[in-house]
Design a protein around this ligand. Structure first.
Ligand code: CA
Length: 235
């Protein structure tokens, strides 16, 4: 394994939904990756061969050649890590995707944070070129310890049981202390840009989180409500 190259990993995104493609490219660049995009299956296949990406995000339903076919064709001569982006509830898509040799799949709508965690994990496993600057695996704030890799939260020596989105939400807050976020921004970051569950979803999860991380959940001092704006994590 060579470590001499300092170039960031290159990620190819093949997705025909324009707004999702834009969001994906933007999020990946923000994480420090080099991004190549295609909105058709045949273009994606060609770019995969020309650009030799370190990882591919591949939508299933694509014009030209569909994602399953692209994956199958790539697997004839490449073991590049592939994450399939499948439609909500597309169980057969998932099975077909993994059958054709995809390494992972994620169902739409998905939160960018979860996707980025999968990308990091897969790149780490595949021993790709230098990772973008790694965030520390354990984030500490007061009596809270959050282990990103083990997805575990410990408070005062006790492991807290958390739903996946509660965990994502807490981690998001911990990484952005002292900043006010609107419900819209929180939905976008944690649930995904096309999630249609509404703002109430955020409020419910915040209530659950407060029950776990606040001494007095009805008088929160960690996760504060900023009237008319959203929420702020005091850190
Ligand atoms: Ca599509």
């Amino acid at each position: 394994m060579t470590t001499s190259t300092a170039a960031p990993p290159r990620v190819l995104v093949v997705e025909d939904e324009e707004s999702l493609l834009f969001t994906l490219a933007h999020s990946l660049k923000r994480e420090g990756y080099t991004v190549v995009t295609a909105s058709r299956g045949d273009d994606g296949l060609r770019l995969a061969r020309e650009q030799k990406p370190d990882l591919i995000l591949l939508d299933v339903m694509l014009p030209g050649i569909d994602g399953i076919q692209v994956c199958r064709m790539l697997r004839r001569d490449s073991d590049v890590p592939i994450i399939m982006l499948t439609a909500l509830g597309g169980e057969s898509d998932r099975v077909a995707g993994l059958d054709t040799g995809a390494d992972d799949y994620i169902a739409k709508p998905f939160g960018m944070r979860e996707l980025m965690a999968r990308v990091r994990a897969l790149l780490r496993r595949s021993g790709a070129r230098a990772q973008p600057e790694a965030e520390p695996p354990v984030v500490i704030s007061g009596d809270l310890q959050v282990d990103r890799d083990r997805r575990e939260v410990v408070r005062g020596g006790e492991v807290l049981r958390m739903k996946p989105k509660e965990f994502e939400l807490l981690l998001f807050f911990l990484q952005h202390p002292g900043r006010v976020f609107s419900r819209e921004q929180i939905l976008n970051e944690v649930w995904g840009h096309d999630f249609d569950g509404g703002h109430r979803t955020v409020d419910v999860h915040i209530r659950w989180l407060r029950q776990k991380v606040e001494d007095d959940p009805s008088n929160p001092v960690r996760i504060r409500t900023i009237r008319g704006s959203g929420y702020l994590f005091e850190g």
